[in-house]
Design a protein around this ligand. Sequence first.
Ligand SMILES: [Zn+2]
Length: 255
Amino acid sequence: MSHTARDLAELLAGAEHAIVLTGAGVSTESGIPDFRSAGGLWEEYDPMEVASMATFMSNPERFWRFHRPRIDMLGSVEPNAAHHAIAELQRMGVVHELITQNIDRLHARAGSEGAIEVHGSLSHGRCLRCEHRVTLEELCALADAADDGVPRCEKCGFQLKSGVIMFGEPMPEAEINAAYLAADRADVVLVVGSSLQVAPVSGLPGLVIGRGGQLAILTESETPWDDRCSIRLHGRAGAVLTETVSFLQDGSSRD
Ligand SMILES: [Zn+2]
């Protein structure tokens, strides 16, 4: 079955507590490749090596040689129509919580407040030894000033890490709890650009459906939840969500 932006608008309009869950697909229209898709970043690099806690601990120079240019790349892209439409849905009071797997800060830059970032975020750097925190700007300045490109803690000298959760690193407990609490309150969950294959987000649709709620999915690729969703959309996220916002703003005038 194929649905339209109008169907999605009607589902959201009838929701008591709608939440949105986003993954890499919401940022591809900004020019950030989905690392799990063909041609993605991880075809050139082995993620288990460069983005792992093991490399961060044993070879911080290699870790930072990969990550430092990536921070600049993520800072040079702009939020797209999908980010702006989701921020508008929040401002309209249609969407209550936003949960994202993305670390790129594009939701915040589009005006979304309080996104629950379950894979961490590029917003800051931190010391794993003494918990000293620095801003992203400070982190980059420390990396750029170091001979070996490794930013180090000004309190204890240990190498600093960005707030992005690495392979082999525990998930951020507060964010995971917040995501599950949001899903526990939701009667509608809209998934945008996530293939729902990675924990913790892979468990959220089941929580909403299990309590009688409804699931809407807007992704290019298939997901394990496709046969259990109420609304299934395949178009470009920016165009579909912009149209959805228009239907909601116009109310019943187009009926
Ligand atoms: Zn420290």
